[in-house]
Design a protein around this ligand. Structure first.
Ligand SMILES: [Fe+2]
Length: 264
């Protein structure tokens, strides 16, 4: 079944259990080149196709219009889980399954159940994966990674797949995409962009429920230090630098001295 994931690399048939690391690397490189290649890989794997269909069915039912947790988010997390897991030999097919399922139960950030969200997703994964041909070991690996991925739960992943998934999901909170997701999530919680009187919380406690910019300081800029993979840390630093540049531009536009960001 793993061979369907690597349809882009016809010359590298992939065994279910990897013995040839070079073939695995060639496969991961090919599949992770683009979202289009990933989409094709999912379409050609009956199990992944079924999981994707289930995700889309649930999204249609929920109809919550949450742009930060749409199918695009799941696919980007899949790409980065494969990329970040490559060095540790993470099975790309399991990386895709874990990424598709990691937000299958979307609990709003403001909900008291938020810290239980990943446990609820792991429960769904345990139920769905065996129905679609995943072995008991694979189910355990994927559901464990899903359980440990979330920021709000604060767990340490126990496997390379879990580390790659957690890092990939955190990358989505940084950079240009992270900026858009932060603002759209804040808008769903009726947050203001920033406090007009004190946009960078220099003389008040941070409050990222009321102000989206505060979330940069309560969470986003600290994410690079939490990354588990070397490649993830490098990419997180790059994306965090973009967020700092954005804050500098915001300070400039608001007529705040650049130095006002230094204490954060
Ligand atoms: Fe996510």
């Amino acid at each position: 079944m793993a061979a369907t994931v690597v349809a882009r690399v016809r010359s590298h048939p992939i065994p279910r259990m990897y013995n040839d690391r070079l073939s695995v690397r060639a496969m991961v490189r090919a599949v992770t080149q683009s979202l289009a290649a990933l989409e094709t890989s999912i379409a050609e794997d009956a199990s992944l196709r079924a999981i994707r269909a289930e995700i889309e069915r649930r999204a249609r039912e929920a109809a919550d219009g949450d742009a930060a947790h749409d199918l695009g988010h799941l696919l980007r997390v899949a790409l980065w889980t494969m990329r970040l897991g490559e060095a540790d030999g993470v099975d790309p097919r399991l990386a895709i399954a874990a990424a598709l399922l990691h937000d299958v139960v979307n609990v709003p950030k403001s909900s008291p159940d938020r810290t239980r969200a990943s446990a609820m997703c792991a429960e769904v994964a345990r139920e769905l994966l065996p129905r679609h041909g995943f072995t008991p070991d694979e189910v355990e690996l994927v559901s464990g990674a899903v359980l440990d991925h979330s920021y709000s739960r604060g767990a340490t992943p126990r496997t390379p797949l879990g580390c790659a998934l957690q890092d990939a999901d955190r990358l989505e909170a940084l950079g240009a995409i992270g900026l858009m997701r932060c603002i759209s999530t804040g808008s769903r919680m009726s947050s203001r962009y920033f406090d007009d009187a004190d946009p960078f919380a220099e003389a008040r406690p941070l409050d990222d429920v009321r102000y989206s910019i505060d979330h940069f300081y309560t969470k986003l800029l600290g994410l690079p230090a939490t990354m588990r993979t070397e490649a993830g840390r490098r990419e997180a630093e790059r994306r965090a630098a973009f967020l700092r540049a954005f804050l500098s531009e915001l300070a400039h536009e608001l007529g705040r001295p650049q130095g006002s960001l230094g204490s954060r």
